[in-house]
Design a protein around this ligand. Structure first.
Ligand code: NAD
Length: 421
């Protein structure tokens, strides 16, 4: 087992101990049910050919078909794919969705590929993984460097292989192919709903404007910022990979989105204080620091010392590593954990999968109500366990997820290898 996965499981084990779960049942969650490793052969535009390493992990399917994104990134590796699939297992369970957790990846730099080459990689990935995919088996979605365009190609390839139209075998598709209006803003909006639902428990009071610093201004970050600004909060700093822009009077988010779209970097924003150091956002004085970029940003006690916030919202997957947990607790910084704060994306993906099965289109208002309801219910469940067990938000979130998973694992009976077929 990779160190990454082992580290991620420490949090699950802490929660299992807290609520007294049987080790025999928890042991089902220590390894993925299956991971397929394959080579995707890419014919480049110049006629040459390269082999790309690719993986798809179905971590656990006791609650339903496995679900999770496919990322194209040069540093993707088996341990990362399995760790992210484990996190998806916990997230789907916490959100009360009938899905298990999965993840996939191709070790490739998407910036180096032409549009035609991207299409060949997307289709090649589906051909390599087709035997473990399917709407009732494993349902992929976009992740880093993949989006609705890639999902459209993948649906097309998978449908060819299956010999029938299989739109609900993938989510995050373009609306024209059965995608869901409201999927793009869902993760950022969900992060804001989670913050509002948990702000009192995060030591931020029940109402009033908050000051927020935000790392990452891509899809998730900008939709979070819009929702937070609309709710009366002040975004005082934003970082992207180019640097940090700070304004203690609050940045204008529509203007910042325009600048980022036109010039590609937040530091080109006209007002405020621009720095080419992306890490400056981490030490900005604020009520809430929001991570919406990378994993592994806060790795240890030293990283915690640099922070100047009262609470953290993790929209990115695993921005805080377990080695930093106790230093954060000692510093009194409460964390709204990733499996709750970024659960909006998979929640709306579930709506898209249901829409595909029903053959009836949802409208944007229904999607938005569903998102609000699911995040609020998950937050209420986390709150109950925090109070029942006198524990932190992350441990409580894992406990809620584990109770659902373990009930399903026990109900499956004695067969230890269920879920593979
Ligand atoms: P994205 O690629 O659209 O945006 C990423 C942003 O991070 C960009 O603004 C980029 O400039 C910034 N960034 C990169 N390196 C940085 C650095 N060193 N310092 C500061 N900023 C940096 O990605 P996204 O879809 O917004 O996803 C962001 C995070 O949220 C990822 O960790 C992703 O796994 C997670 N997430 C996203 C979704 C979703 O639906 N988009 C769902 C669940 C989780």
């Amino acid at each position: 087992m990779s160190e990454l996965l082992e580290a991620a499981q420490q949090r699950m084990e802490r929660a299992a101990e807290l609520i007294g779960l049987e080790q025999e049942v928890v042991s089902h969650l220590l390894d993925p049910i299956e991971t397929l490793a394959a080579s995707v052969r890419l014919r480049r535009d110049d006629g040459s050919a390269v082999s790309l390493k690719a993986w798809r992990c179905r971590y656990n399917s006791s609650l339903g078909p496995t679900k999770g994104g496919i990322r194209f990134h040069p540093s993707v590796h088996l341990g990362e794919v399995e760790t992210l699939a484990f996190l998806m297992t916990m997230k789907c369970a916490l959100m009360g969705l009938p899905f298990g957790g999965g993840k996939g990846g191709v070790a490739v730099d998407a910036h180096d590929l032409s549009t035609m080459e991207m299409e060949r990689v997307a289709r090649g990935y589906v051909r390599a993984m087709a035997k473990i995919l399917g709407p009732d088996r494993d349902v992929p979605a976009p992740d880093v460097a993949t989006g609705e365009r890639e999902m459209a190609w993948m649906v097309s390839e998978y449908s060819e292989i299956a010999g029938s139209i299989q739109r609900h075998a993938f989510t995050g598709k373009p609306v024209a192919l059965g995608g869901m209006p409201g999927r793009t803003p869902a993760t950022g909006r969900g992060g804001h709903i989670a913050l509002e639902a948990m702000r009192d428990l995060a030591g931020l009071g029940e109402e009033g404007g908050l000051t927020i610093a935000l790392q990452g201004f891509g899809n998730a970050g900008r939709w979070f910022a819009r929702a937070a600004e609309n709710a009366g909060h002040s975004i005082v700093a934003v970082a992207d990979s180019s640097g940090t822009i700070t304004d203690s009077d609050g940045l204008d988010i529509d203007e910042l989105v325009e600048v980022k779209n036109e010039k590609g970097k937040v530091t080109a924003y006209g007002d405020g204080d621009a720095s080419d150091d992306p890490e400056k956002v981490l030490s900005t004085e604020c009520d809430v620091l929001v991570f919406a970029a990378l994993g592994g940003v806060i790795a240890d006690e030293e990283d915690v010392k640099a922070l100047n916030c009262k609470a953290i919202v993790e929209i990115a997957n695993r921005p805080i590593l377990p080695a930093a947990d106790s230093a954060l607790a000692d510093a009194g910084i409460e964390v709204v954990p990733d499996i709750l704060a970024n659960g909006g994306g998979v929640t709306v993906s579930h709506a898209e999968w249901v829409q595909g099965r029903q053959g009836i289109d949802w409208d944007e208002e229904d999607v938005s109500d569903y998102l609000e309801q699911k995040i609020s219910d998950a937050a209420d469940n986390v709150r109950e366990v925090m109070q029942e067990c006198d524990t932190d938000m992350r441990t409580a979130a894992y406990a809620v997820a584990l109770r659902r998973l373990c009930a399903a694992i026990s109900a499956h009976g004695t067969r230890a290898d269920f879920g593979k077929s």
